[in-house]
Ligand binder design. Structure first.
Ligand code: 2IT
Length: 444
């Protein structure tokens, strides 16, 4: 496999999508040696086929705001690869979303979903709609307009969207309502549904819980745990909330959360009511964390990220490329032992190099945050058998899945000196299952 040639072709064929190139480059560089040792993959042109999405769907979303004005947004669904199961992946509503963003996320999702051990292909979708400052009624009308286009392209055995940034339980409800009205079916076409109409217990917490379970496995390789550790988190949404709950339950002290406006530092630890308050912040549609500082009398650092705060464990839980080289250097200098990337591609390639060169444990998003989509997969299973499992049952399965992902990363990522390169391990393990399925299914 000629990585440089494939990347050059990719840039030519998919102009101006730097996040997509970044995600592809990381995977190709990680799997290069493995692919060259296993010539069947090149013989079937697996990598060239894998970097090209199966299908891109783009549509206009037209909706009316509370003033009666007409608004126009773009909507997309990238159906990337369904070799191992129906397309599966979240929807992101954020003004920064472009087709390139969704291609990077869809590409990552292929490997992540493969790692979960469940039968799910990779997809992603969303819109450049900005939920900030919108009323609930505006959000509902937007979701309805979005689904009026998307519904033809999805289905419980075709493509099963879920939430991501800007899409939580409320939005999934509005999207599902319109799907149901248009199709007259009540089936498991979206995940992250409400508990009383087909949703799974633990799905809201799953990404954060899974991230902490994975980090716990990483720490165990060094004979340590969350007990008594200081943890910095970024973000303040669903993922951050779940991670904070579980890290505190495991005996850690969580000292930061952040938003686009800056970060807050709470030296007493974010626990109990303070964690629940994050849900209120998210529901307010304001996209800021400063009110936390005002409510609990702690310091707010406008425009800054939390990576300069001394910690043992750092868990980026917000958005892509939010942890850069200079942040990574600060974390290493401050003695951080574990970076568990709970967001998608939260660290830049330069930051990852700093961790790997310093032999600091770094878990990549596609492994660490796979608990979210894994419990989505369990929601699909429950919908198919028309049963709902107990909290204990879902949690036990999530723990098993995160342990399996960790074992797979160790299997393919352990270096001769014993350092575990989780990025390499996750990319190779995720690749094998999809690539072998593609070979089995012929040239399609
Ligand atoms: O990035 C992700 O894995 C998600 N946003 C969750 C996807 C899903 O289908 O639950």
């Amino acid at each position: 496999m000629n990585v440089q040639k494939i990347l050059a072709e990719l840039e030519k064929n998919h102009p101006a999508q730097p996040e997509f190139y970044q995600a592809v480059r990381e995977v190709l560089e990680s799997i290069e040696e493995f692919v060259n040792e296993n010539p069947q993959y090149d013989a079937h042109r697996i990598v060239e086929r894998l970097v090209e999405p199966d299908r891109l769907i783009q549509f206009r979303v037209t909706w009316v705001d509370d003033n009666g004005d007409i608004n126009v947004n773009r909507g997309w669904r990238v159906q990337f690869n369904n070799a191992i199961g129906p397309y599966k992946g979240g929807l992101r509503f954020h003004p920064s979303v472009t087709l390139g963003t969704l291609k990077f996320l869809g590409f990552e999702q292929i490997f992540k979903n493969s790692l979960t051990t469940l039968p799910m292909g990779g997809a992603k979708g969303g819109s450049d709609f900005n939920p900030k400052g919108k009323s609930d009624a505006e959000i509902m009308r937007f979701c309805q307009a979005f689904m009026q286009e998307l519904w033809r392209n999805i289905g419980p055995e075709i493509d099963v969207p879920a939430g991501d940034i800007g899409v939580g339980g409320r939005e999934i409800g509005f999207l599902y309502g319109m799907w149901k009205k248009l199709t007259r079916e009540h089936v498991g076409v979206l995940t992250g549904k409400g508990r009383n109409w087909g949703g799974s217990l633990i799905r809201p917490e799953a990404t954060g819980f899974g991230g902490v379970y994975f980090a716990q496995e990483m720490l165990a390789t060094k004979g340590t745990s969350f007990e008594g550790k200081v943890v910095t988190l970024s973000g303040f949404g669903n993922v951050t909330w779940g991670a904070a709950l579980k890290a505190v339950e495991f005996g850690a002290k969580v000292v930061t959360v952040s938003g686009p406006d800056g970060y807050i530092y709470d030296p007493d630890g974010i626990k109990g009511d303070k964690i629940d308050y994050l849900l209120e912040l998210r529901a307010s549609n304001n996209d800021v964390v400063k009110p936390y500082a005002e409510k609990y009398g702690v310091e707010f650092f406008p425009g800054e990220k939390p990576w300069g705060v001394k910690c043992d464990i750092a868990m980026p839980c917000a958005t892509q490329n939010e942890l850069r080289e200079e942040d990574a250097k600060k974390l290493v200098a401050n003695g951080c032992i574990c970076i568990a990337e709970t967001s998608n591609m939260g660290c830049t390639p330069e930051a990852i190099n700093v961790f790997i060169n310093n032999k600091v444990m770094y878990g990549p998003g596609k492994a660490v945050n796979a608990g979210g989509v894994a419990v989505s997969g369990l929601e699909m299973s429950q919908n198919s058998e028309k049963l709902s499992w107990t909290r204990e049952e879902v949690d036990a399965k999530l723990i098993r899945i995160m342990k399996d992902i960790h074992e797979n990363c160790v299997k393919y990522g352990t270096q001769p000196d014993g350092y575990i390169n989780y990025m390499k391990g996750a990319n190779i393990a995720g690749f094998i299952k999809v690539a072998d399925a593609m070979i089995d299914q012929g040239v399609i």
